[in-house]
Design a protein around this ligand. Sequence first.
Ligand SMILES: *[C@@H]1O[C@H](CO)[C@@H](O)[C@H](O)[C@H]1NC(C)=O
Ligand SMILES: *[C@@H]1O[C@H](CO)[C@@H](O)[C@H](O)[C@H]1NC(C)=O
Ligand SMILES: *[C@@H]1O[C@H](CO)[C@@H](O)[C@H](O)[C@H]1NC(C)=O
Ligand SMILES: *[C@@H]1O[C@H](CO)[C@@H](O)[C@H](O)[C@H]1NC(C)=O
Length: 547
Amino acid sequence: MGRPHLPLISPLLFAALLLFAASWKAVALPLSTSSRWIVDEEGRRVKLACVNWVAHLEGVVAEGLSKQPLDSISQKVGEMGFNCVRLTWPLFLATNDSLAALTVRQSFRGLGLLESISGFQSNNPSLVDLPLIEAYQAVVKSLGDNNIMVILDNHISKPGWCCSSFDGNGFFGDQYFNPDLWVKGLAKMATLFNGVPNVVGMSLRNELRGARQSKADWYRYMERGAEAVHAANPDVLVVMSGLSYDKDLSFIRDRPVNLSFTGKVVFEIHWYGFSDSRAWVDGNPNQVCGAVVGNIMRMSGFLLDSGWPLFMSEFGVDQRGTNANDNRYFSCFMGLAAELDLDWALWTLVGSYYLREGVVGMNEYYGALNWDWCEARNSSFLQRVSAIQSPFRGPGVSDRRTHKIIFHPLTGLCVVRKNLLDPLTLGPCTDSEAWYYSTTNKGLTIKGTYFCLQAQELGKPARLGIICGDPNSRWDPISDSKMHLSAQTGNGSSVCLDVDIATNTLVTNECKCLSRDKGCDPASQWFKLVDSTRSRPFSGRQGIRVV
Ligand SMILES: *[C@@H]1O[C@H](CO)[C@@H](O)[C@H](O)[C@H]1NC(C)=O
Ligand SMILES: *[C@@H]1O[C@H](CO)[C@@H](O)[C@H](O)[C@H]1NC(C)=O
Ligand SMILES: *[C@@H]1O[C@H](CO)[C@@H](O)[C@H](O)[C@H]1NC(C)=O
Ligand SMILES: *[C@@H]1O[C@H](CO)[C@@H](O)[C@H](O)[C@H]1NC(C)=O
């Protein structure tokens, strides 16, 4: 409504992002896989740092286009540091020609969304009278024009909000989930986007679930779906999701997928705070993080070591910061995502929906953009996520030998030092020192120097020293989360590495929440020693160039 264009985020961060954008490394498409890594034509790792953009609800139109011009949304995706979009679609868009032929205007009119029509008309006049399938293609094209890769995600069959175990869309054989029709629809979409270079992958089906699910049918149909996609479009990555809402791929351990092609398969999983109900607030965060991560490694994380890429294609939090369950989960998530250096897709880009679950204009508190799709909903959240947008390691990331960086999941920052004798602080992970962690004497040394991290006194800064090997420089990963780094001060008391938020300095404090305490939050003391081969300073942001 004639509102001036506000800057997306603070001018300073914006300038930093532009700098990043300028140093984006071009990716040579198409993509393929090399053991657990997704790589480009030249064999260099491409880390998928995606955001989910919803186009599978009743209107079957990518959300937000009544609020902002398509190109400005696509541009914002890149400005926020994402290099890719997981763009959802309902099966019936591909299999029901009369649905695909409805225009955006007709689809909205049928739902009584008159305000969306007028917003759409003013923001995207050239799209409002396009058939739904062409409007979908236009979104893919606009993302390509902005150097954003796309994963087409078959999210559901019958357009509408997903997912419940009783919605008839959960598993092969359910009311709206005819396997033959599904294979046909996948082949059709794969064909439609054959030759569209920024479409780098297709997700076969979101969150399989419900009473009908069985492993036998998973292999039977997922292998068929994968073959159909590959036959129609051999360029795309084929993304295979697990059972039980995309949480369970454990069965692959016993029986690998049997496909006629190699180098294209990626597995996907989902992990939210609510995936474990209210466990995060009902339990001790160290214990919950330890238990949940252990479970994820058994259910899907093991695939990385078996040589398969694992795509965390949905995760996210209420970005108002008011959901304690989400907040506790998210520090644990960030630790694991950094440690495994996963490919991922944030839920969601959407600031608000045309119509979701009967509510017109529903605000999406998990959305990266705000209600009017104009600005970032929470720029400090995005800043935190930016820590995992660039790869830490993998083929071609840099030629540096593997070292550790000390990552702080709560802030998305890393331990850095300015000058030798200055206190250590938190700063961008791209400026991180290369640390070496000795499993024998538990020392944390800056590579190529004699300097090691030392605890001094309770409540005082942790510093670099050259007398290493004493208990004050032996750092043990303790607690069930294994994310506390504990050492002893000169007088023998145990302390944990912590951050003094006011001064941003690294200090040692009494270790928090080691026991069964449910009320306390240890996240300021959570650190991850993450393997990295980055050089310093590192600018590894990856984008594509579509000519
Ligand atoms: C196809 O889509 C049209 C338009 O939305 C709808 O009226 C019709 O019921 C759909 N057909 C099937 C078989 O789902
Ligand atoms: C894999 O699939 C091929 C072709 O369908 C079949 O001939 C072969 O027996 C299968 N292998 C296994 C181990 O199931
Ligand atoms: C952004 O998230 C942080 C951390 O959760 C929270 O403290 C803050 O209030 C949020 N800001 C907005 C504008 O919602
Ligand atoms: C060590 O000193 C701290 C104060 O700096 C004190 O609180 C603590 O009790 C002392 N620990 C031991 C084991 O003497």
